[in-house]
Structure formats: C-alpha cells, structure tokens
Design a binder for this molecule. Structure first.
Ligand code: NOJ
Length: 548
C-alpha cells in the first residue's frame, strides 16, 4: 500500500496578504493565520500552503523574494513563523512554504552586488548581456508583458521572465544552485512539511538566446521555454540535494509539462510529489461554462487528464488559486451561482484521484469583484497587460472586461470573516477592498448555517478523509461513467473490491437507470434508487456505493 501521507491530504491555500490582519495595518499576517488555525482545523484540512511570506518589496506580492530566509516584517517575525509551524503541527496541520526558484527580487543582495560590480561572483547568478545597438538581446517577451529584458544603469541587459523587478536566476551556475539547495535544506530542517514550487518549468533557458519567429514580434516564454531541454539535469540534482533526504511534499507549479513528460515530473520516482493539473483548468481564452450544453467539453479534458495521471503519477487538483478568477465565475454563469451549483463543482473535483487543494474563501463561495477602472487593480501583471493591450490598439472596455473576468486580483480580495466592517478582515483600511457581498457571504454566517456551501465543503472533506472511504478515494482507480449523458460528470473510484460512483448533474432533472447501490454522500437530499432508477435534480451531486 502506498503510504505517502500527502495522498490522503486536503490542502488549503492561504494568500497571506488577504487572509487575516491581526494588527490593524490592513494587511494579513502570520499572527492572523495562527488566530484562525481553529477555523482551518474545524474545516478538516491537514496541509496549509502559505504563499510567499519572505522579505520582499512586494512588486509581485512576495513572488519577488529579497531574502529567502527571513519573514517580511509586513507579515510578522521569523519567530512568528516558527510559532505558526509549531501551532499548526499541534493541530496535525503541516505548513507548506512557497519556493520561488526561477527568479528573485531586484532587491535581493545577490542582484544588488551584481549591479554594483559586473565582475562579482553574484553577477554570475543572473543572465546579463551586452548589446551594441542599445536594443534588448532578443525578442523574448516577459510573461507579464513587454520585453523579457531590462537595462541596468550601466547599460547591461538582464533577463526577467516575469516582472522586471524579478531577475531570472542563472541555474547554469553551480554556486547559485548550491546556495538555493542550502536555503531549501535550512527550511526543511526547521520542520516545514514541504514546498509549493513556483514556475519551475522556466529554470532552463535556451542558451543561444536567439530571437524566434513570433506572430506579434515577441517570443512568448509560455509557448517556447517551459521545460526546455536540459531541465531534467537541474531537477534531478535539486531533488537529490534537498527533498529526497526528507519526508517532505513537493508540489510543483509546472505548466507546460506534456503528457509524455508527466511521469518524469510527477511519477513515483519523479522530480516532485505532484504537479498541478492545469489541463482541465479554465484558463484565459478557454471558455468552459458548466451549463448543460458545454459541460461535456470540460468533462472530456478532465477525464483525459485524470486517466493519464493515474497511469503515470500523481496530481494536485484544484478549482481556484491566487492567480485566477473565483470558481463560480469561471465555471458558472452569474444566474447559476448558488450553493447547489458550487457544491456540484466541489464534489466534481474533490473526489477525483489526486490531492485536492482549496483556495481561501472558495469554501465560502467567494466570487469575483467587478472593478470599474484600471485604477482599482493592483496586480503587476494586470497593470502591465493593460499598458500592453492599449499599446496594441485594444480598447479600454475590452481590456477592463478581460481583467474583470480573468484577472488575478479577483482571488486576492480579503477573506470575509464576518458581517462587521471590512468583513472582519482588518480593523484598519484593507490593502484591497473587501468584496461588497461580505454581509451575506462570510465565514461566521456560513459556519452557523447547516446548509451553507462551507458546511458542505466540511462534510466533503470529512467524507474524503473518512476511515471508511479514504483508501478508495485516495488510492482507488478512476474510471469515467455514464458518459452518454452529456451534462453529467460521473466516475467510479474502486479499490480492493469496493467502488464509489460519483454523480454530478449539471443539466436539468435526470432519471438514471441504476440497478443497485446505496447513497453514502450527497449534496441536496438523499435520493434513493427506486424501481431501478435514480432521480437527480439540477446541480445535484450524489455518491453511491457499488460492490464489485
Ligand atoms: C506563479 C505564481 O503563482 C504567480 O503568482 C507569480 O506571479 C509567478 N509565478 C511569478 O513568480
């Protein structure tokens, strides 16, 4: 039997700026997380992924790390992080930190020294280039818009796959790699449960630095430089020198890993414990609303991916994270937002094979906020995209719509704790306004309401982790079921002679011919199989036992 602990875990993601402010400065912090550990334990999760809390100028909200070993004062102190790890541990919750290895901040001392002295050791930790014509070395584009090169005061160019304040680290340099490994082991020795590893597929560059053919003149890293040949050596060494020596979980953000490469990344002997499954995620430009007409497209992508994963490794499964719109908005039309439809989405993904992740506020049914002008956006990527879009001749209305629909700020509005001012997130002025619906949608209300979506999430987590069913749900095989019904997402999970049939109805009322089975979990009421038939209401989720 597979005894990797994280296969039975449910992970909760915290975006620290927006979770809970304890000192009234309007920004969430570590004591705020400690204060809310009971809330999290009561929900039933057992791993907390905390987005970066390291010292940072916060250009990309902590994904620009200025010191990998100390906590940013905005979030608290190093001792408070130790306190969080210990207090969470007492409740059986492991802390997973966010490891940013592709780049650091331009305020990191390595980059400062590199700027000061082109001949310093640290200058070799980055990609600096000279050009004769005053133009960037090539036409590579940054993921956040504009050229991937920025110029220093002394005329050198340096590479940045993300914002210009996030210079890329030169993984070709063994000293840099060793410095990163030392830092990782230092955290592991402190007792962290593991890491979520940021943008890892970008660490290997095309060292020819040649410009490429590109439709709009700029070469997109997403299409060209994810998992670039040669990356395997880096990732093999990374694991050998760090994670392999500990019982730590490693969850890689590794977009662009093809099905052929999946096993290398997330197979039993892969570079990581798991990678996020972005294959059936609702990304920009791919519209998969879960309405009766289109849910089968989502289902196909989901099933194809899970079938592949179960042959070759393990995935992190999710509906939301800090880079994406809220899941009710991503998957459901506005008039379909409701407790049952959200419960249907939750059941659909949380009982799949893989480790489920819940993003803060997802369990409350938090939704996107509509912003009426670019001045209301804070995300560096949104601001860059806006500038770039306008420069390319797109209209302000179109850009605004796109950012409202897909922008990363959607997930970053403060957590809604109660009906008090600013949703109880802070006693001060929140760094980002709280969603205007906080009086209706908040944790206090949801916890007290037996029919809330949060209560449903709690039950679903308990079901997933129950003694009776956790083996089936963690280790059981996955098999698509009843695909002849276009608006039904149904699958079987089977393990050692026991099977669960999971039914999620995204269409109108449905009468399913089912011979036998007992309902063990459900979202609305407990239906029964009568005369060989089961009736499902719109957005009803039901889990039945089947004995093989
Ligand atoms: C992916 C992270 O999820 C995102 O928030 C960040 O901006 C980029 N990587 C760059 O670190």
């Amino acid at each position: 039997m597979d005894n990797q602990w994280w296969k039975k875990s449910v992970v909760y993601q915290i975006y620290p700026q927006s979770f809970k402010d304890s000192n009234g400065d309007g920004i969430g912090d570590l004591p705020g997380i400690i204060e809310k550990l009971d809330y999290l334990a009561e929900l039933g999760i057992d791993v907390l992924w905390v987005c970066p809390i390291f010292r940072s100028p916060m250009v990309d909200n902590g994904y620009d790390v200025a010191d990998y070993r100390s906590v940013d004062p905005m979030f608290g102190t190093d001792q408070e992080l130790d306190g969080l790890i210990a207090a969470a541990g007492q409740k059986g919750i492991k802390i997973v930190l966010d490891l940013v290895l592709n780049h650091c901040s331009d305020e990191h001392e390595w980059f400062r020294r590199a700027l000061k002295d082109p001949n310093s050791e640290e200058a070799g930790y980055f990609y600096f280039r000279h050009t004769e014509d005053g133009q960037p070395p090539n036409n590579w584009r940054s993921n956040f818009g504009g050229s991937a090169w920025a110029q220093t005061e002394d005329g050198r160019w340096y590479l940045h796959t993300f914002a210009k304040e996030q210079p890329d680290l030169n993984w070709e340099n063994p000293k840099l790699r060793q410095a990163l490994y030392d830092m990782i082991n230092w955290w592991l020795d402190k007792g962290v449960g593991g890491f979520r590893i940021d943008a890892i597929t970008f660490i290997k560059k095309d060292l020819s630095f040649a410009s490429g053919d590109a439709k709009d003149g700029a070469l997109y890293p997403i299409e060209n430089f994810q998992s670039y040949p040669g990356i395997s050596e880096f990732l093999t060494e990374l694991k050998r020198e760090t994670f392999a020596k500990y019982d730590a979980v490693t969850i890689a953000e590794a977009p662009g890993v093809s099905p052929e490469l999946f096993a290398e990344y997330a197979g039993p002997d892969g570079h990581f414990s798991m990678i996020f499954d972005f294959n059936w995620d609702h990304m920009k430009g791919v519209s998969v609303k879960c309405d009766p007409d289109s849910v089968s497209a989502w289902r196909s992508r989901m099933f194809e991916s899970v079938l592949h994963t179960q042959e070759h490794g393990w995935s992190a499964i999710f509906l939301e994270n800090h880079d994406q719109a809220r899941c009710p908005d991503k998957f459901l039309d506005k008039d379909k937002h409701g407790r049952d439809s959200m419960a249907c989405l939750a059941t659909t993904y949380m009982l799949l094979r893989g480790t489920p992740f819940i993003y803060q506020g997802q369990e409350l049914g938090m939704t996107n906020s509509i912003r009426s002008g670019i001045g209301e956006f804070q995300d560096v990527s949104a601001l860059n995209q806006w500038k770039e879009g306008l420069a390319q001749g797109r209209s302000e209305d179109e850009m605004l719509q796109e950012l409202n629909d897909y922008g990363r700020d959607n997930a970053r509005s403060p957590f809604q704790w109660n009906a008090e001012q600013h949703g109880g997130f802070t006693t001060g002025t929140p760094w980002m306004p709280v969603h205007s619906n906080y009086r209706e949608v908040n944790a206090e209300k949801a916890q007290a309401d037996a029919s809330s979506i949060r209560t449903y999430y709690k039950g679903l987590i308990a079901f997933r982790k129950s003694e009776e069913w956790s083996d089936v749900l963690a280790f059981g095989s996955f098999e698509p079921a009843l695909t002849e019904y276009p608006s039904l997402i149904a699958y079987r999970r089977s393990f050692e002679g026991r099977t669960l049939l999971v039914l999620n109805n995204y269409g109108g009322s449905l009468e399913l011919p089912l011979a036998e089975g007992e309902v063990v979990f459900g979202s609305v009421e407990t239906p029964e199989i009568k005369d060989g038939k089961l009736n499902l209401l719109p957005y009803q989720s039901v889990v039945l036992t089947e004995t093989e």
